[in-house]
Design a protein around this ligand. Structure first.
Ligand SMILES: *Cc1c(COP(=O)(O)O)cnc(C)c1O
Length: 345
């Protein structure tokens, strides 16, 4: 078996720290479905407060946050406006079609970020032949867009167009805390223009499981039915909620370290022959780059089998590296040394 030395595959690869494991071990628990789990209740209150919403709901995954939100906003045959790189469109097994039974209208944004004009142009005319545009979904930071942060101004413009046309607004905040740390704009301000918003606990925040969806009390009440329906309702879930509470208390500010490491990696890679990458585009913990000469799978394979450095292949010539809690600065240096060796071959 290949020994992975530096895992840049995803920030989902983090394992709970010893301190987080202690928080898990001593968690107060109860029956979550009957609202009796004090740790889950506390985590939900924390995220409702963080995102400036009336209520929040603990869910097993970010995927379920997206799918439940779309199910709440859409009726069968409706349309979700999102970037073409958006996670629910590309990486949730066709969930919008299968669960909300909605279409996705993919926009060609720039690194996952689209404009108000693009939204305006995509909103369907209200005639019998068209699907009904129902929700605009924003991903911040953009994942396959390379960890880009939406400027607040753009968020306001895009959500304003949505509201003008009676569409709902959804924030896929899998890495919202990365955007918060990178931009200095609070999570509350980011989430304010959205009807539904969520954060993932199992990405850069380093918890093993879970995500939290926030909205109005009424919407969260309806979201509970979907949680139950999809089998996402749990029992003594405080075991995992405790890790989320720990992450929110201890792992937010340190995301800045991941951003420094990503920039360091990008600057090193950009100097290598065959790598096409503008380090100025690296705003958070994700580095997406292209490669010439070798294919992306060849590069990824040589890095992994030769040096134990793992990247994600996004396309024939496109790769992704993600920094996180379990990658230190010396890991970045090791990855760069390996890339020098591979590209010098
Ligand atoms: C990872 C991710 C999700 C899904 O979250 P899971 O907790 O892995 O289900 C959704 N959106 C984006 C942008 C993501 O990066």
């Amino acid at each position: 078996m290949i020994q992975i030395r530096v895992d840049l595959y995803s920030d989902t690869k983090t394992r709970p720290t010893p301190e987080m494991r202690r928080a898990i071990a001593v968690a107060d628990v109860g029956d979550e479905q009957d609202l009796e789990d004090p740790s889950v209740n506390r985590l939900q209150d924390m995220v409702a407060e963080l995102l400036g919403k009336e209520a929040a709901l603990f869910l097993p995954s970010g995927t379920m946050c997206n799918q439940i939100s779309f199910a709440l906003h859409c009726r069968a045959g409706d349309e979700i406006i999102a970037d073409r790189t958006a996670h629910p469109y590309t990486a949730e097994a066709g969930g919008p079609a299968a669960i909300a039974r909605a279409l996705v209208r993919p926009l060609h944004g720039e690194r996952g970020i689209f404009t108000a004009d693009q939204v305006r142009a995509a909103i369907r005319m209200d005639v019998v032949r068209t699907p009904t545009s129902r929700v605009v979904s924003v991903e911040d930071t953009t994942n396959f867009g390379g960890g880009a942060c939406w400027p607040m101004e753009r968020i306001r413009e895009v959500t304003e167009v949505a509201r003008e046309h009676g569409l709902a607004t959804h924030l896929d905040g899998a890495r919202l805390m990365n955007a918060v740390v990178a931009t200095g704009v609070s999570a509350r301000e980011h989430a304010m223009p959205f009807d539904t918003a969520w954060i993932d606990l199992s990405k850069g925040l380093g918890a093993p499981i879970g995500a939290v969806l926030a909205s109005s009390a009424e919407t969260i009440g309806e979201a509970w039915r979907w949680k139950q329906r999809l089998g996402g309702a749990m029992r003594q879930a405080g075991i995992v909620a405790a890790a989320g509470i720990y992450a929110l208390e201890h792992h937010v500010d340190r995301l800045a370290d991941d951003h420094v490491n990503a920039r360091l990696l990008a600057e090193g890679l950009a100097e290598l022959p065959g790598i096409v990458l503008d380090p100025a585009n690296v705003e958070t913990n994700i580095v997406v780059f292209n490669i010439e000469g070798l294919t992306a799978p060849e590069f990824a394979d040589r890095m992994l089998t030769g040096f134990g450095i793992r990247f994600t292949t996004l396309g024939p010539h496109t790769l992704r590296a993600v920094t996180h809690l379990d990658v230190a600065k010396d890991g970045i240096e090791e990855a760069l040394a390996a890339a020098v060796a591979v590209l010098g071959e």
